[in-house]
Design a protein around this ligand. Structure first.
Ligand code: EPS
Length: 365
């Protein structure tokens, strides 16, 4: 399945070291102003080669709009976006053509299809997330213009390092999307030492949507939180997703977890802005755990396609922490889910209008 969403429907295609990657966005409302320029900022935020702490691959990531836009305005027909791969180097993978890299999808793709594109993992490469970010640029723009919804994220942990403060102004000022500017040099040193060691590390991304009105999300099987969890889980290397307090709720009392309300608004946001699968009007808060990158130059034991035990070393241009580039990707998946749910809400309940009383969201994130 390479298609995501119901009414705002995104299909991606392409391989990491093939000629191009792309997507088709179907169901986009007409009348939106979109040009190749629209995509530049978010694609650059996600791109490789921006700092010494991420993969050194230099892709142009230039979007070509092939359809669905006439004189800079969306027409309501499918929008096809294409990005040509400009720095593919499939030869980097010659030595693992017949090997299953530990921690990678090589073995499972092999078991499923009986064939695989070994060049950077082909379709399983995080290169594919470029197109999610591109499609979500449209969703972000619609959410902001139409509903004042803002989707933002930050890196909330690398290995054992956690930010001491959360300052949105800091997030875009460093290559980590780190919300505590005072810690950036510590992180630089941490990542330099890690890269030198040849190893990798995991990370956590927090993604927050503000301005979401109450009512988005569909019980029972289209719950907003279940779709957000599925969306985040579909990102390469993701191993865990929490909504609001997530697993911390296990040790809480109900009297503490329930989010009380007064005329001033909700007093806390343990629920992460979702009750019964439907947005409450509070900030929607999702936390996503990324595993440490599996592509390592440190030798590991594994099997090859002949069933022989081999020593496996992965060369290429890899991220020692995939989480560092994941913030825009998490934002993208949240935006895609929200836009799809917004359109679905409008379709079924658009005539319901604003219902009394509306509890102010309150200050709690
Ligand atoms: C990736 C491995 C690296 C990254 C790539 C994702 O690519 P290569 O196969 O060239 O070593 O550079 O990321 C991108 C190209 C991108 O645009 O995100 C992987 O194994 O997922």
């Amino acid at each position: 399945m390479n298609t995501f969403g119901h009414l705002f429907r995104v299909t991606t295609f392409g391989e990491s070291h093939g000629p191009a990657i792309g997507c088709v966005v179907d169901g986009c409302p007409p009348g939106m102003a979109i040009s190749a320029e629209t995509f530049v900022t978010d694609l650059a935020r996600r791109a490789t080669g921006k700092s010494r702490h991420t993969s050194a691959r230099h892709e142009a990531d230039a979007v070509e709009i092939l359809s669905g836009v006439y004189e800079g305005i969306t027409t309501g027909t499918p929008i096809a976006l294409l990005i040509r791969n400009t720095d593919a180097r499939g030869k980097d993978y010659d030595r693992i053509v017949e090997q299953f890299r530990p921690g990678h999808a090589d073995y499972t793709y092999w078991q499923k299809y009986g064939i695989r594109d070994p060049r950077g993992g082909g379709r399983s490469s995080a290169r594919e997330t470029t197109m999610r970010v591109a499609a979500a640029v449209i969703a972000k723009q619609w959410l902001l213009d139409r509903h004042g919804v803002r989707v933002r994220g930050y890196l909330a942990q690398i290995g054992e390092v956690v930010p001491r403060t959360t300052d949105w102004a800091a997030v875009e000022s460093n290559p980590f999307f780190w919300p505590d500017v005072a810690q950036v040099s510590e992180l630089e040193a941490y990542m330099d030492a890690l890269r030198k060691s040849g190893d990798s590390v995991g990370a956590r991304v927090t993604t927050i949507a503000t301005g979401v009105p109450p009512g988005w999300g569909e019980p029972i099987y289209g719950k907003l939180d279940s779709e957000l969890a599925a969306a985040m889980m579909s990102i390469n290397a993701v191993k865990g997703v929490e909504i609001g307090d997530g697993f911390a709720a296990v040790a809480q009392r109900g009297s503490a977890h329930r989010d009380e309300a007064t005329h001033a608004g909700f007093l806390s946001n343990h629920a992460g802005g979702i009750l019964g699968g439907i947005s409450s009007g509070q900030a929607i808060v999702v936390s996503t755990a990324f595993k440490p990158t599996s592509s390592l130059r440190l030798p590991a034991r594994g099997l090859d396609v002949h069933g022989d035990e081999v020593e496996i070393v992965t060369t290429g241009r890899h991220d020692p922490c995939v989480g560092i580039r994941a913030t825009p990707i998490c934002e993208a998946m949240m935006a895609l889910v929200l836009m799809d749910q917004a359109l679905r809400h409008r379709a079924q309940c658009g005539d319901v209008g604003e219902v009394f009383p509306r509890i102010p969201p309150g200050a709690a994130m």
